[in-house]
Design a protein around this ligand. Sequence first.
Ligand code: IMP
Ligand code: MG
Length: 181
Amino acid sequence: MQDDLERVLFDEPTILRRLDEIAAQISRDYHDRDLTVIAVLNGSLMFMADLLRRIELPLKLDCLSVASYHGKAQTSGEVLFKQVATPDVMDRHVLILDDILDSGHTLASICEKLATANPRSIRVCVLLSKRKERSRSVNVDYVGFEIEDEFVVGYGLDFGERYRNLPCIGVLRKELMAQPN
Ligand code: IMP
Ligand code: MG
């Protein structure tokens, strides 16, 4: 799998060291609040598991499943909610976790949808944020790493559902992006 990468951006120890820092910051910010984490599946699975185990606070966890890429390397702009019921976040302090902020469509739609359920607050935490102009603006409160506008895989991020189990994050070789599977 690693041979399919053009280059590695972040190896596992680097990712985990950064998660230590973000988790410490989140633990400080929410020490006097009831925290509800909403993780966006499937991309945030590894990130969620490693981050949440570093947060030293009681918290509730719920997951949302959405898709905007439909297996392609380009966003369609349409965000499909696969889980019909929105998690119950009324009066809760909500922290949304996602793998990567790209065009902004996904997180903007999720924030909008969760806001209709009357949470006390909504914050957003992403592992990666692409440096680019976005179709929709999203207020992000915690960012693991900023990256250039390149297609990356590993540590939960996929191309055609592959590479999620790579322990590092890297740029996929361009010729492999022509045909998924
Ligand atoms: P957005 O709606 O364009 O911000 O895209 C967000 C979603 O697209 C993320 O949650 C990822 O699942 C997927 N995505 C965006 N960029 C990448 C990438 O570079 N690699 C893998 N998945 C990506
Ligand atoms: Mg994805």
